[in-house]
Design a protein around this ligand. Structure first.
Ligand SMILES: NC(=O)C1=CN([C@@H]2O[C@H](COP(=O)(O)OP(=O)(O)OC[C@H]3O[C@@H](n4cnc5c(N)ncnc54)[C@H](O)[C@@H]3O)[C@@H](O)[C@H]2O)C=CC1
Ligand SMILES: O=C([O-])CC(=O)C(=O)O
Length: 274
């Protein structure tokens, strides 16, 4: 990147260098047109020293609430418990925040008003899902129903609050077990690290209370499988995706790629898809 291009580059900061964050940091470090990695926040700097030192242009390491001071776009990819601490200071400064822990937005929806009041933005990527462009388009008309069925391997569901609180033994399942059926809002409470996709789907369409979801623990699958049916006045469509888990078994590999694709669009001359 020339000096002139570097100085006009959009500065991106990453909150959380886990499964998703490290892939985004690597992509930015390798070069995305018009973007530069300016900073990152980590919980335990010693643990990330080797990764950060291995980057061509190591970013500054800052506390999560300071990322908006050195970035135009902050990418949130930490646990949802950290969402507010990351998003609030950034949108107060009028910055854009890409939120992947989108389930956490439901209990912090005032952040959207805060962003609006300060000229900030909250951007939810398609993430581990598919087809939010079509859902957005259908929502311009009338969507009658959105139904989603999620199946995950046992490792991808372990520790979910719904399973722990209801003392459900999923370790010895011989066949698929339906754990939950209800709204995306309720699902996000019971499975905060599993159904961000359902919340993203709901925000693109008819909201978290009307979007219906089933969550299955399925010992017969090796991928995170999501199937969606949308019934609208413009179209009826079915979508499905079978995500290969990343090193975090709860998180599909495609999630980080979705954010990288979104970042690429920020300065791309040719943009395809909404
Ligand atoms: N929207 C979507 O489609 C999807 C969203 N997700 C969500 O994305 C988020 C990130 O997922 P992964 O990268 O797989 O998680 P991960 O557990 O691999 O990484 C999270 C990172 O955040 C770090 N962290 C925790 N507290 C921190 C703090 N106070 N300051 C800085 N860093 C901190 C952790 O040390 C860890 O490195 C999760 O909330 C997950 O549920 C996951 C998959 C799909
Ligand atoms: O990666 C997936 O398949 C979906 C996921 O974890 C989430 O929505 O949080």
């Amino acid at each position: 990147m020339t000096e002139q291009r570097a100085s006009s580059a959009l500065r991106v900061a990453i909150a959380g260098l886990g499964s998703i964050g490290t892939k985004i940091a690597t992509a930015l470090d390798q070069g995305i047109e018009g973007l530069a990695l300016s900073a990152a926040a980590v919980r335990d700097p010693a643990k990330h020293q080797a990764f950060i030192g291995g980057l061509r242009h190591p970013p500054k390491i800052l506390p999560i609430d300071q990322l908006g001071e050195v970035a135009d776009i902050v990418v949130e990819c930490a646990p949802s418990s950290q969402l507010r601490a990351i998003v609030e200071p950034a949108v107060k400064r009028g910055k854009a925040v890409v939120v992947v822990s989108v389930g956490g937005l439901l209990d912090n929806f005032d952040l959207v008003d805060l962003a609006r009041a300060n000229g900030g933005r909250i951007i939810v990527p398609t993430g581990a899902l598919i087809g939010l462009d079509a859902v957005n388009a259908a929502a311009i008309g009338t969507i009658h129903s959105v139904k989603m069925v999620t199946r995950k391997p046992i490792d991808g569901l372990k520790g979910a609050p719904f399973i722990v609180q209801n003392k459900i033994d999923i370790d010895n399942l011989g066949e698929p077990l339906k754990l939950f059926e209800g709204s995306a809002r309720e699902a996000a409470k019971g499975f905060p690290a599993n159904v961000n996709v359902a919340v993203a789907l709901s925000l693109a369409g008819i909201g978290p209370d009307r979007t219906e979801i089933q969550v299955w623990a399925d010992p017969t699958v090796t991928r995170n499988v999501h199937r969606i049916e949308v019934e609208a006045d413009s179209a009826r469509f079915s979508m499905g995706i079978e995500n290969i888990p990343s090193e975090n078994p709860k998180t599909g590999l495609i999630t980080a790629l979705s954010v990288i694709a979104l970042l690429k669009k920020q300065r791309a001359t040719l943009c395809v898809g909404t």
